[in-house]
Design a protein around this ligand. Structure first.
Ligand SMILES: [Zn+2]
Length: 480
């Protein structure tokens, strides 16, 4: 979820690239497609040669450089010697066929001219030049890969090269089809949820004053939400596996992801979910994650579904991380957060209100274990960002609705939350969105107490039917 990395080019870099592109277009037709070459460029710039046998390793000596050139379609012999033929082919690739570099020595001089440092003056492809050549190949691959794309056919071909047929079918048919179904589910979920009159009224009542005056009426606001859903549906989700900044980033809607679009790391769902725990899990997990991501789009493109004030009532520790990031400011720290982990954990412990401790005990939750579960050194403000919390709530509610634990738009009962917390602590089997809400509550000092927290969550999601009442006996009645 960080910004896109920008590679700055100097004017001479650009000149060189332009010259190269012109040269390349003049060179004889080559049987290797641009997409395939790009595949090699990307893999080499990502250092994949050390883990992926299909990627030639320019650091492994003359043979590695020759493998690389042959993969790009150069007609040379692999003899494990770095002679003039190899030097010329490499120069043709790096500087274009008109560079005039056709011997090892001329290549060496060209590299020196480019600013590459040599430790000694020994001619030929010694250990020195071997590293300079590899470094030049890698740098050039980095430059080229930043502006080329790998086509679908190449991806398919390269995947076929290493995977059995049934895996290819899973990756290119079963997993994407499951994602399609989950996406449709999420759109349907949001439409039905937003159609409920009590939910609509809640959104209207909970809006900030600013949001209130920028929307003429509840109807016009709801129309904006439904139009946004139509656009999201039309745009669909896209496979963003090649651009995911972290391997674990499963879905996201910011960064370089196009507007109104959910970007999916299909690779993650294929490798980490399908291969390890099966297709059914891909479906279960992606449904709620799509619901989560769509909340982010609605927030950004239409209007936040609850005011920051009401989010703050449920999560007193919530912060506005993204606004700070957009403004280029350091994101705020999470309130009440114990920064130094276990050592200060006892301090934190005293901050937990007595009534919270008592209630947890009555409900059968061990607060010692709860504290241990979240006793990490530091937490990023991400865990308490207000936008994230609404997405977590939407994702978790979708999960419960899908399981028929609650009705669409209905309240989450406290006993469901109690069971889920115990699942989370002892069976590691609760949804990520739930975990993400509880962590903010725990590190925020468990205020308000759990039953009030759950009421506040329900209040965020739908029209509150009960009177807000601080009388504890009233809340205890709700617990029954
Ligand atoms: Zn999110």
């Amino acid at each position: 979820m960080k910004g896109k990395k920008i590679i700055k080019l100097t004017e001479s870099d650009l000149h060189r690239i332009v010259k190269r592109v012109i040269n390349e277009s003049q060179s004889p037709p080559n049987k290797v497609s641009a997409g395939k070459k790009c595949w090699y460029y990307k893999k080499i710039s990502e250092d994949k040669y050390s883990v992926d046998k299909r990627v030639p390793n320019p650091y492994s000596g003359a043979g590695g450089v020759q493998d690389f050139l042959i993969a790009l379609g150069f007609n040379i012999t692999k003899d494990w010697k770095f002679g003039n033929e190899t030097a010329k082919a490499l120069a043709d690739w790096a500087y274009g066929p008109r560079s005039g570099v056709d011997t090892v020595e001329k290549l060496r001089q060209q590299l020196i001219k480019d600013g590459w440092g040599f430790d000694n003056d020994i001619p030929g492809y010694g250990s020195d030049m071997r590293y300079v050549v590899a470094g030049m190949i890698k740098l050039t691959c980095q430059e080229l890969s930043a502006r080329c794309t790998v086509d679908g056919q190449t991806l398919l071909d390269m995947e076929l090269k290493e995977r059995p047929k049934e895996d290819v079918k899973a990756k290119y048919e079963l997993v994407p089809k499951t994602l399609d179904d989950s996406f449709k589910y999420a759109i349907r979920y949001w439409r039905e949820y937003l159609k409920k009159p009590e939910v609509q009224q809640k959104i209207w009542d909970n809006m900030s004053v600013f949001a209130f005056i920028t929307n003429y009426s509840l109807n016009s606001l709801m129309e904006k939400y439904f139009n946004a859903l139509n656009t999201i549906e039309k745009k669909g989700w896209i496979d963003h596996s090649n651009y995911a900044e972290e391997e674990e980033a499963s879905m996201y809607v910011n960064g370089d992801c196009p507007a109104y679009t959910v970007c999916v790391n299909v690779n993650y769902y294929y490798k980490e979910v399908y291969k390890k725990i099966g297709l059914r899990q891909v479906s279960i997990r992606t449904e709620d994650t799509f619901v989560h991501e769509i909340q982010h789009i609605l927030w950004r493109k239409v209007q936040q579904l609850n005011s920051s004030i009401s989010i703050n009532q449920a999560f007193p520790s919530s912060v506005d991380r993204y606004s700070a990031l957009i403004k280029g400011e350091e994101p705020p720290t999470v309130k009440n957060l114990t920064k130094n982990g276990i050592e200060n954990w006892s301090n934190f412990f005293y901050k937990v209100p007595e009534e919270t401790k008592k209630e947890l005990k009555d409900l059968g939750i061990s607060y010692d274990d709860l504290i241990k579960t979240y006793s990490r050194d530091e937490y990023d403000s991400y865990v308490c960002d207000e936008n994230e919390k609404l997405s977590n709530l939407a994702g978790y509610r979708s999960y419960l609705t899908d399981k028929s634990t609650i009705k669409l738009g209905g309240d989450i009962p406290i006993d469901v939350v109690v069971d889920e917390i115990n699942n989370l602590m002892y069976r590691d089997s609760s949804p990520q969105d739930f975990d993400a809400m509880i962590v903010c509550w725990v590190i925020g000092g468990m205020k308000p107490k759990l039953s009030v927290f759950v009421n506040e969550l329900n209040d965020l999601a739908q029209k509150e039917l009960k009177h807000r009442n601080d009388d504890p006996t009233q809340i205890d009645n709700n617990l029954a």
